[in-house]
Design a protein around this ligand. Structure first.
Ligand code: 4AD
Ligand code: MG
Length: 466
């Protein structure tokens, strides 16, 4: 294999040592010409937030010609001497010896000039926005979080499971499915007027998964501890700052865990992820702390170090009803808690993360374990200040007869879930799990307001362009 010429800028800055000859490759953020016969080039290669400052002497070979090509956005390779910097801003800087332009960026047309760009505008140039400080920092934090997810579970003996993306089973209640079909939409085959899915690619109606949970349960009933981490799809017409049509979800599923064990794992998981980014993404988080949310670092440390509050749904409703807060949606026992209610509890009442458990069975899916009271199920949601729900989970119904009656009560044909019932027929075990929305975690960790800015290519209603 031929050797790479490049040394990442992150490495040069963190080592902070002079070096007679190094090569860097990256994109110009700015160029500033000084009267003293040299130019300062700020080069960024995405390995870290900081740029490397490069000093180009105007006596360099063919400088005149190069100068015309070195603008914001141009891609360069520069070799030279690394010297300890006199300026406070960086540990080292480079004296350019040799400069090569890989690609120019005409300043007349390159959209990312120095001035401030709104995140809304940047979404329209999703192919260029990775070159901004904000999106670069988000993606480094996101990548570290993804790595930490695997570390967390692997360290605890979990098996990483890939559940299918195309599925014929809807994880009932989780959300609307996108359909997957190869039928001709203009003239689909029909029997008795209805579309004949027997003629479709898979011989039945299929869609993109809304959750890997049910498949996770299958494997937990053999491997004990499993987790999924993959894309999930919901065809809801949501236009909020917390919903995407395509998002990534982490779903652990644990045999022999009850709801208390489940809640404990969820809390430990969130704290672990925050600990990892606080330790490894310092510069990027510092940037968000300055630019996006002045309390970010304090909030993250607080959530990492404070025990979460646990209250049951009934108590939550009581607190909300007793409060003098004006809510858009009234609170009633038996109804869904809205995001305004969730945030009020986490932000105003408890000022820390809250886990709400034991929800009314009527508003929850068939698979959640029924409580003794016959009215509530062993469900839990983890709510974070500023964000609201980040995790939804439950202990699963493991009793064959009870589960069957739940299908009946919800008007679901148990025949469609014969395999799910089989898990309760053969070697059933108490088990629990939860799902954490990965993008919501990235949002929380970075303080970025809109979920569309924490995924490389956001998908939301009327938007699936590159
Ligand atoms: O609460 P949800 O719907 O739970 C499930 O899907 C269960 N099957 C999980 C399980 O028990 N294994 O979704 C879980 C989490 C939510 O708490 C939220 O963080 C995130 O997934 N989420 C979304 N994130 C972005 N965009 C959307 N449209 C989301 N819908 C849910
Ligand atoms: Mg939920």
């Amino acid at each position: 294999m031929s050797e790479l010429r490049r040394t990442p800028i992150k490495q040069l800055l963190s080592e902070g040592r002079a070096h007679p000859s190094v090569t860097v490759q990256g994109w110009v953020r700015t160029r500033r010409d000084s009267k003293g016969g040299f130019s300062f080039i700020e080069l960024n290669d995405g390995s870290c937030l900081k740029n490397l400052q490069i000093i180009a002497d105007h006596t360099l070979a063919s400088w005149q010609e190069l100068q015309a090509k070195i603008h914001t956005g141009a891609c360069l390779e520069i070799s030279g001497e690394l010297i300890e910097s006199e300026g406070k801003k960086q540990s080292v800087e480079m004296r350019a010896g040799e400069l090569k332009v890989f690609g120019e960026a005409d300043p007349e047309h390159y959209p990312l000039q120095k001035k401030f760009h709104s995140l809304e505008y940047l979404r329209e140039i999703a192919h260029l926005r990775p070159r901004t400080n904000t999106i670069g920092a988000v993606m480094r934090v996101r990548s570290r979080l993804a790595y930490a997810v695997h570390q967390f579970f692997v360290d605890r003996g979990f098996i990483y499971l890939h559940t299918p993306i195309i599925t014929s089973s809807d994880c009932e209640g989780a959300g609307e499915m996108f359909q997957v079909t190869t039928l001709d939409l203009d003239k689909p085959p029909r029997v008795d007027g209805a579309v004949d899915f027997k003629e479709d690619f898979f011989g039945e109606k299929t869609g993109l998964t809304v959750s890997g949970q049910l498949e996770g349960e299958i494997y937990a009933m053999a491997l004990s501890l499993v987790y999924t981490f993959g894309p999930t799809f919901r065809a809801e017409n949501s236009h909020t700052s917390r919903h995407l049509s395509e998002f990534w979800m982490i779903e652990p599923e644990m045999a022999f865990y009850d709801l208390e064990n489940d809640m404990d794992l969820a809390e430990e998981f969130i704290k672990y992820l925050l600990g990892e980014v606080l330790e490894h993404c310092h510069d990027d988080l510092e940037f968000f702390n300055q630019r996006v949310d002045k309390n970010l670092l304090t909030t993250l440390a607080h959530v990492k170090d404070t025990p979460f509050e646990h209250i049951d749904y009934t108590k939550a409703v009581e607190l909300l009803r007793k409060s003098n807060q004006k809510f858009e949606y009234a609170v009633e026992w038996g109804g869904h808690l809205q995001s305004e209610h969730e945030r009020y509890l986490a932000e105003t009442v408890f000022k820390k993360p809250v886990i709400i458990y034991d929800y009314p069975e009527k508003i929850k899916p068939f698979y959640m374990k029924m409580n003794q009271d016959g009215k509530t199920v062993r469900a839990m949601d983890v709510l974070l200040p500023r964000l609201g729900e980040i995790i939804g989970g439950s202990q699963r119904e493991d009793d064959y007869e009870v589960l069957k009656s739940r299908f009946d009560a919800k008007g679901i044909d148990p025949k469609e879930y014969w395999w799910y019932l089989d898990l309760r027929r053969f070697g059933s075990a108490p088990h629990s799990g939860f799902g954490l929305g990965f993008e919501r975690m990235v949002q929380f960790a970075t303080g970025v307001e809109n979920i569309r800015d924490v995924i490389p290519f956001p998908r939301f209603p009327k938007h699936a362009k590159f």
